[in-house]
Ligand binder design. Structure first.
Ligand SMILES: [Zn+2]
Length: 456
């Protein structure tokens, strides 16, 4: 007898029974259509015009150096803020931070440009998207000579700004923060200051995406790679960190709203020997991922602008594929638009295999006021969720501590990963929350980032 497991295969059925056609889908389909490659190109070219955006470059000019660059970025975000009905606010975060790079001063000043789109009903929950606006050439400490940094990382800075332009004319339950980071090339200095500040404020960051190197599509092998973006995510152990859960939400965003473009999930924090601003958030226990083009061209990154062996070197704006960067921006818009429209993820306390059948019992707590949710599962070796089980298909009963126990028939927990996500009235889905693995290591539980107050 063929054994049929509960759950519909995701690709086949999109609308779960009992739910109307999701309103969020038309909102985000419209929004992703508004993303403009021409505006991304204009931003990248403008940033390259400042010559260098090295943290040690000029700050006393309106046309050259990092000071002029951030002045322009702040003004551009302020221009966007005018269309937001007063919900988008722009600020500079300035910090003196230690720098460990050779030939650099021990302390340097970094300045992040931060635009905050305040959420309408759940503003304390925060999503962050950033790129780094600082640049470098062949000499990491050179604050004087040309360092256009078009792909690395004017492209990511422009993607974050374009996502802001599109999202800030719309309303979202949670807050979305768009950042141009400083000092990435000198040791993730700007993002470290930002993430540390957020952790110190007990900010509930439910996801951070850094777009870093998202503009080159011509590989060093002469082939074009335009149809996907790599998404790197850290995990302290196993495959089911909060970061991995965010990565799967990013992949879902692409599948739903960016046709002919996909997210390649890479279950590794970053490329070999490289780092990015998502690391600063991961280090604070926040879910964070990195988006990077499929095949990097190392004659562009961290190079002086010059010809070598008849080949142009240097990170110049004419080598950026702006239509490609626009697709990355669409994935960001789709992902953050959906997550910020959804309720917070549930708290999944634990799961166990039933004693009398190969059923999975999940113990979870819904956020206040949330009554719609669904289960997903996949084999442990599958990269992404492959099955969805609607709440109508399970039996539930109240459990201790305000939790709910749901029983998923014929899902053998020991062999699979199960998860729960909440659903808004408009159909938006939260990031999936999973129970701890049996061999778990400590992770910061989301929604409970504030340590319990010490008893006096
Ligand atoms: Zn970079």
């Amino acid at each position: 007898m063929t054994h049929i497991r509960l759950g519909v295969v995701l690709a086949a059925v999109v609308v779960a029974p009992g739910f109307s056609q999701d309103a969020i889908r038309s909102v985000l389909a419209e929004a992703t259509k508004e993303v403009s490659s021409a505006r991304i190109e204009a931003t990248v070219r403008k940033l390259c015009d400042f010559g260098t955006r090295h943290p040690l470059s000029r700050t006393d000019s309106d046309t050259e150096g990092t000071g002029a660059a951030r002045k322009w970025l702040k003004a551009a975000y302020e221009e966007i803020a005018k269309t937001s009905g007063g919900r988008l606010t722009v600020a500079l975060q300035t910090a003196m931070v230690p720098c460990r790079r050779r030939s650099m001063p021990r302390q340097i000043e970094v300045v992040n440009v931060i635009a905050t789109l305040r959420g309408t009903s759940d503003p304390d929950r925060i999503y962050v998207v950033g790129g780094h606006y600082d640049s470098r050439n062949g000499r990491g400490e050179d604050g004087v000579n040309l360092a256009p940094g078009a792909v690395d990382d004017a492209s990511g800075t422009a993607v974050a700004m374009e996502a802001c332009r599109v999202l800030s004319t719309r309303e979202f339950a949670a807050t979305i923060v768009f950042v141009a980071y400083d000092g990435e090339e000198q040791g993730l200095l700007g993002s470290k200051a930002h993430a540390q500040q957020m952790a110190a404020d007990y900010a509930a960051v439910d996801g951070m995406i850094t777009c870093d190197i998202v503009g080159n599509t011509l590989g060093m092998d002469g082939r074009r790679y335009r149809d996907f973006v790599r998404c790197f995510s850290y995990a302290p152990s196993g495959n089911d960190s909060f970061g991995r859960s965010l990565a799967r939400a990013v992949s879902r965003g692409a599948r739903q709203y960016v046709p002919d473009f996909r997210v390649k999930l890479i279950y590794r924090g970053d490329r070999y020997g490289r780092g990015g601003d998502h690391r600063s958030f991961f280090d604070q226990g926040y879910p964070a991922v990195r988006m990077t083009e499929p095949r990097e061209d190392f004659s562009r990154q961290h190079q002086n602008v010059r010809p070598r062996d008849g080949k142009p070197y240097g990170d110049l704006p004419e080598f950026v594929d702006y239509a490609y960067s626009a697709n990355v921006a669409r994935v960001v818009v789709a992902t953050l638009g959906e997550l910020a429209s959804a309720p917070p993820p549930p708290l999944v306390a634990t799961a166990r295999l039933a004693r009398d059948a190969y059923d999975t019992e999940v113990f979870f707590k819904l956020p206040e006021g949330v009554d719609k949710y669904e289960f997903v599962w996949r084999e442990t070796t599958e990269a992404d969720w492959s099955h969805v089980v609607s709440m109508d298909q399970v039996t539930t009963k109240p459990s201790r501590g305000g939790r709910t126990m749901a029983r998923l028939p014929d899902v053998c927990l020991d062999d699979v990963v199960v998860g729960v996500r909440t659903i808004a009235a408009n159909g938006a889905r939260s990031r999936v929350a999973t129970p701890p693995e049996p061999d778990r290591f400590a992770q910061r539980p989301i929604g409970k980032t504030q340590p319990a107050a010490k008893k006096k």
